[in-house]
Every structure is written in structure tokens, then in C-alpha cells.
Write a protein that binds this ligand. Structure first.
Ligand code: ATP
Length: 235
């Protein structure tokens, strides 16, 4: 579904991504592991069109999408749920979700179906639908951010550190929900520092260090890799 071939990205003189080769197959849940500053967010920004590669190609299906405008990529089904959530805090939960569905704004019945699906996945968002997004807890805001991303029926959902700053119990719930989203048919690319939990729900993964992919493998291969255990699992 998604394929990056030799993609490099610079910030001025600084090379943030170096010759990235990465694939995500239809229906997969692929995890991208990396420390702070390794280049995970830059990689996501590049796939969603916010940063332009200086080299290499990005394919979504058969189409080369590298350098295309972000709103065009959303229409094609590539949707990113950003780190830090970026909700509209003064608007209600419902209004935030509605914004996520702007792609289908003229199709009221589809919007309604999507909204119901999201309320099924996150019942707390239904309970709090008339409250301002800014009044929700950190975990609820993260759920709302994911719900808003799902409102546009993405083919590929990219989640940037969804567990960041959440209490352990909520982290567990978050990964269960990510697994459910994936098993209901959405392909997921997940950037995480919480390697243990992320690998458990994933099919495959990549490790990024200093802008380079240094390792890739199946979930079990990465779990059993000494380098991964030492650097990201701590066992
Ligand atoms: P984090 O989890 O902390 O966000 P990350 O793995 O997502 O880390 P990036 O944010 O992609 O990493 O950053 C990769 C590198 O690029 C870092 O060295 C960072 O300092 C640098 N960088 C990121 N954005 C810019 C920018 N706008 N201008 C210059 N350098 C940048």
C-alpha cells in the first residue's frame, strides 16, 4: 500500500532522513521505533506531504505521491494523527469530530455512520460529546484525536506517539483500541517509544536512528533482537 524508496529529507544543511526504505502492506500494523529526535515525526510529515523529500520516491498504491499537497493526500486516504493531539480546545467533542469528517461534509448519512462507529469505539466521547475538547483528560483528548482522524475513513492511519504522557492503564486501553482499528480494516503505521506495547500489537516494525532505518523485521524478530531489547525494551 505504502512504499518509500531511498527517501531523504533535509532541514537546511541538516539531513533529517537518509535513504529511507520502508513498506506498509494493506491491512498491516507496522511500528516505527526510535528515540527522541530519531526522525519519526519527520518521516510522518514527509508521508503526509508536510515535508518534501530531496531524494527518493513515495508510492501509495501505484501512484507516486512524494511532494504532493497534504489535503490531496487526505483525500487519497492518508491521514495522520499528530503527536500533541492538536485539537480545537474551545470546540465541543462533537464539533471536533465533525471537522475530521470535512472530506465527506456533503454526505450527511455517511458522516452519521462514521460518527456512530467512533462513539462505539470510544463510548466516553459520546458521553462527553457536548463538552469542550479542552476540558477532557489527556487520554480522552488522545482518543478524540484518533476519532477525529478516523472520521475521514483513512486507508492508512499514521499515529505519532499515541501513548505519550498517558497513565499506564490508559496506555493499555489505547493499544487495545489501535488493535481494534487495525482489525476492522484500517492499515496503521505507528510511531512509538513504548516499544514493548507497540510491538505486541504490530505485525512488523522498523527501527530508526539518526534519520536512518537501522533494523527491520517481524514483531518476533524485533522482540528477540538484543539491540532492540537493550535500547527500547530495557530488558
Ligand atoms: P520526537 O519524538 O522527539 O518528535 P522524532 O523521532 O519524531 O523525535 P523528528 O522530530 O523527526 O524526530 O526530528 C528529527 C531531527 O530533525 C532532530 O534532530 C530534530 O532536531 C531535527 N528537526 C526536526 N524539525 C526540524 C526543523 N523544522 N528544522 C530543523 N531541524 C529539525
Amino acid at each position: 500500500m505504502l512504499k518509500l524508496a531511498n527517501v531523504s529529507v533535509n532541514y537546511g544543511q541538516f539531513q533529517a532522513l537518509k535513504d529511507i526504505n520502508l513498506e506498509v502492506g494493506q491491512g498491516e500494523l507496522v511500528v516505527l521505533l526510535g528515540a527522541n529526535g530519531a526522525g519519526k515525526s519527520t518521516l510522518f510529515r514527509t508521508i503526509s506531504g508536510l515535508s518534501k523529500p530531496v531524494n527518493g520516491e513515495i508510492y501509495f498504491g501505484d501512484e507516486q505521491i512524494g511532494g504532493k499537497a497534504p489535503h490531496k493526500l487526505v483525500h487519497k486516504g492518508i491521514v495522520q494523527c499528530a503527536e500533541g493531539r492538536k485539537l480545537f480546545p474551545e470546540m465541543t467533542v462533537f464539533e471536533n469530530l465533525k471537522m475530521g469528517g470535512y472530506v465527506f461534509r456533503s454526505n450527511k448519512s455517511l458522516l452519521k455512520t462514521e460518527l456512530e462507529g467512533i462513539y462505539d469505539l470510544f463510548p466516553i466521547l459520546k458521553d462527553k460529546r457536548n463538552q469542550p475538547a479542552g476540558s477532557l483528560s489527556g487520554g480522552q483528548q488522545q482518543m478524540l484525536a484518533i476519532g477525529r482522524a478516523l472520521m475521514s475513513k483513512p486507508k492508512l492511519l499514521m499515529l505519532d506517539e499515541p501513548s505519550l504522557g498517558l497513565a499506564p492503564l490508559i496506555v493499555e486501553q489505547m493499544f487495545t483500541i489501535i488493535e481494534q482499528i487495525n482489525s476492522s480494516g484500517t492499515t496503521v503505521l505507528l510511531a512509538e517509544q513504548n516499544a514493548n506495547a507497540a510491538l505486541q500489537v504490530s505485525n512488523r516494525g522498523y527501527v530508526i536512528e539518526n534519520g536512518r532505518i537501522v533494523l527491520s523485521g517481524t514483531r518476533d524478530e524485533l522482540f528477540n533482537n538484543d539491540q532492540v531489547r537493550k535500547a527500547y525494551i530495557g530488558a
